[in-house]
Design a protein around this ligand. Structure first.
Ligand code: PLP
Ligand code: COI
Length: 341
């Protein structure tokens, strides 16, 4: 298969249309078989549940070209499971997990020419999503849905690649206690747009959200979980019922413990403690691990000793081990790598 002629090394994180996408429909209580199509457009009722009451959820994962030339996906079973959790919380019919994985494989295979070559630093981002297509006017779940997957080749999420980021402590909340912060609902992102636009206007790369109830504990950013490293090299990550259970974060905790022999703690992280950490990073499928150099809290700077030039040493080890596993030059824990072709 011949690769597309793209400038792989300089891709950014933006949508580029690829050849095929997967589409399945839910009607009369069941999902159809689904199919691949070349059509990137869709026609919807003006009263579709997704348009009126934002009944939608999504996932994000990546496909990689390994050193020995295979195309693989990273832990798609975890995305299948999380999408089921999201769907249930939003009163949507779950898309069966086995079918989700199969649809990911089919969509990536059909777009193999867009999977960036090994060593380019780019990856194929895979976006599964589901939304209410049936008309609703009283507030109620729809009775029909569409599940789709498209792919798009991407470079780094944050411009400038691995340069440490500057965050600000947000005055907005991302998620309410007992709300939808722990699922991947489109509505969580809609309500974060004003906060991220404001942060960018003020010269920050991202927001650090605190817990909505007390504003004393670290939650996450708009699109990634936090990883901190203590001065004695412990890896600490916030535990909260209102953050997204990041697959990258869960993988990094395993890597820290089992590949790097580090102590790990998943616990509440008081904002007061942040100034005492040696390193800070954002982790997620899109973010991979992006180092944070500085957090600004209403005019007060918290500067991490790792500085504004490069990743801290533990963050770098975590990053290199994770990407080593994804790109196939380090042995993966059982079940982490799904070979596509
Ligand atoms: N937190 C939020 C709000 C996200 O949107 C994402 C991205 O998916 C993450 C965390 C990271 O999750 P994952 O590592 O599963 O991509
Ligand atoms: C991902 O990392 O896959 C996400 O969905 C986060 C989003 C901000 C791009």
């Amino acid at each position: 298969m011949e690769k597309k002629n793209l400038d792989w090394e300089n891709l950014d994180f933006s949508y580029k249309k690829t050849d095929k996408r997967f589409v399945a429909n839910y009607h009369d209580g069941s999902w159809d078989e689904g199919t691949l199509t070349g059509d990137d457009t869709l026609v919807l009722s003006e009263c579709a549940g997704v348009l009126q009451y934002s009944q939608s959820c999504f996932e994000g994962l990546k496909a990689y070209t390994t050193e020995d030339g295979h195309i693989v996906a990273f832990r798609p079973d975890m995305n299948a499971k999380r999408m089921e959790d999201s769907a249930k919380r939003l009163e949507m019919p779950a898309f069966p997990q086995e079918k989700f994985i199969d649809a990911v494989v089919r969509t990536v295979k059909a777009n193999a020419a867009y999977v960036p070559p090994f060593g380019s630093g780019a990856t194929l981002y895979i976006r599964p999503y589901m939304f209410a297509t049936g008309p609703v006017i009283g507030v109620a779940p729809s009775d029909s849905y569409q599940f789709r997957i498209f792919t798009t080749p991407v470079g780094p999420y944050f411009k400038g690649g691995v340069h440490p980021l500057t965050l600000c402590v947000s005055d907005f909340d991302r998620a309410a206690p007992h709300g939808t912060g722990n699922i991947k609902a489109g509505l969580n992102y809609a309500m974060s747009l004003h906060a991220i636009v404001t942060a960018h206007k003020n010269g920050f790369n991202e927001n650090m959200y605190l817990d909505a109830a007390t504003r004393t504990k670290v939650e996450e950013t708009g699109g990634a979980n936090f990883i901190f490293v203590t001065k004695d090299n412990k890896v600490v990550t916030p535990k909260s019922d209102s953050i997204l259970p990041s697959i990258t974060r869960r993988s990094l905790l395993y890597i820290a413990k089992n590949y790097l022999g580090l102590e790990v703690e998943e616990r509440e992280v008081p904002f007061e403690e942040v100034k005492d950490f040696a390193e800070c990073g954002l982790c997620g499928t899109a973010a991979v691990i992006s180092p944070v150099g500085k957090i600004v809290d209403h005019g007060k700077d918290i500067c991490f000793p790792s500085g504004m030039q490069e990743m801290g040493p533990i963050t770098k080890k975590l990053h290199d081990t994770l990407t080593g596993i994804q790109m196939g030059h380090l042995e993966a824990p059982k079940g982490w790598i799904k070979v596509i072709e």
